[in-house]
Design a protein around this ligand. Structure first.
Ligand SMILES: C[S@@+](CC[C@H](N)C(=O)[O-])C[C@H]1O[C@@H](n2cnc3c(N)ncnc32)[C@H](O)[C@@H]1O
Length: 378
């Protein structure tokens, strides 16, 4: 498959990892002097040629019957993928921490801790008046079984009462990581190439990492990895498009949600609801971090006629699917879910195969969106 990450590890210069966007090609004659160049400007002809290529490879769509199969059996195609590749395909990404320092803030620099506690009284006040007492996250964590019994005896008369009760239920169940002070969820975690570096790098004793994937094969590989430590991590099978299944954490409980090359694997008309649901899980001040394929990435241009499912959405030879985003589309998805933009950048890299003298134009989008302290998505 035209996988996401064999090629995406930034090069280390002098042993020191460079952040994306810091090596520029000013002299085209030097193109083969390095493995990769950042922020490469596309000429008008190159953009037009890419557009033509996409029009051409989108001109013939996969038939409806097959489209339904790819959707219904999406998790099976990914299971097959992981049965073949096991841990071998996606490389570990220690570069994560240069791009997303939020994944391992040193304890004193925890960006949310300060933000959250400084504004705690403001949050408590606003949420109390909005939702009534007992719904604020601190309260949820402290709630007693007695209060739960009292609450559950009352007949739920409104939808939001039902919602409150289900949140209290999670509380009563002592959800995994309930005593943690910094909670990260990775959605579509695959075999843990983001999760394990986080667990290795972030030594905050209050850290707890959740990770899920709809591929049970991938989750099994995470759980059987010698580095999997259930006291710091909880891996579970979950389909982020499944509206009927809830996540094993209460609303407003996560500091960070990570989406790395996963939203692109979801059928476009289910993306918004998936992001809305995730947004609810973030604490006020919490952040969603995304890195994913951008429009006209080399992988999109390489698709052949007959692999297109819908606009900019394709199926690979192994049955896994991929969408290619614009920055605006991602902005709409996140802001519609009530989040505020912190970063939305396009990373245009020129990767070079020096041995074969080949150039490959990659387009990735990186986003950080924050849940406002005064949430309007409840
Ligand atoms: C391209 S891989 C990326 C894996 C991992 N994030 C990484 O960067 O190594 C996409 C992952 O998303 C998972 N995935 C796709 N659709 C999903 C869905 N609806 N719910 C949960 N996981 C999904 C796949 O099983 C696969 O592991």
């Amino acid at each position: 498959m035209a996988g996401c990450s064999r090629e995406e590890v930034p090069v280390a210069i002098g042993g020191k990892r460079q952040q994306f966007g810091s090596r520029f090609l000013s002299d085209p004659a030097r193109v083969f002097h390095h493995n990769a160049w950042d922020n490469v400007e596309w000429s008008e002809e190159q953009a037009a040629a890419a557009e033509r290529k996409v029009q051409e490879n989108s001109s013939q769509r996969v038939c409806q019957e097959k489209q339904v199969d790819y959707e219904i059996n999406a998790h099976k195609y990914w299971n097959d993928f992981y049965k073949i590749h096991e841990n071998g395909f996606f490389k570990d990404r220690h570069w994560l921490f240069t791009e997303f320092p939020e994944l391992a803030p040193s304890q004193n620099q925890n960006p949310l801790k300060g933000l959250f506690w400084e504004n705690k009284s403001e949050i408590l006040e606003s949420r109390s008046s909005e939702d009534g007492p007992g719904l604020i996250i601190e309260e949820q964590h402290k709630c007693s079984l007695n209060s739960l019994r009292h609450e559950t005896q009352m007949p739920p008369v409104e939808e939001n009462v039902t919602k409150k009760l289900s949140q209290l239920k999670i509380c009563a169940d002592e959800f995994p990581g309930s005593s943690a002070t910094y909670r990260i969820l990775e959605v579509g975690c695959g075999v843990g190439n983001t999760v394990f570096p986080i667990l290795q790098t972030n030594n905050d004793p209050g850290l707890f990492v959740y990770c899920c994937d709809f591929s049970s094969t991938a989750i099994e590989l995470v759980q059987t990895n010698p580095e999997y430590d259930p006291s710091r991590c909880f891996a579970f099978v979950h389909d982020l498009c499944d509206e009927d299944k809830s996540y094993p954490v209460p609303t407003d409980s996560l500091d960070i949600i990570v989406l790395i090359f996963v939203l692109s694997a979801v059928v476009p008309d289910k993306m918004q609801k998936a992001i809305n649901r995730l947004s609810k899980l973030l604490k006020p001040g919490g952040m969603m971090l995304l890195r994913d394929y951008g429009r006209y990435d080399m992988a999109q241009l390489r698709f052949k006629k007959g692999q297109c499912l819908s606009g900019n959405f394709y199926v690979r030879g192994d049955g896994t699917r991929v969408y290619f985003f614009t920055q605006d589309e991602l902005d709409t998805l996140f802001t519609t879910a009530g989040l505020e933009k912190v970063q939305n950048l396009v990373d245009r890299r020129l990767q070079v195969n020096r041995g074969k003298q080949l150039t490959m134009y990659r387009v990735w989008i990186q986003c950080k969106y924050r849940k406002p302290l005064l949430s309007n998505t409840s």
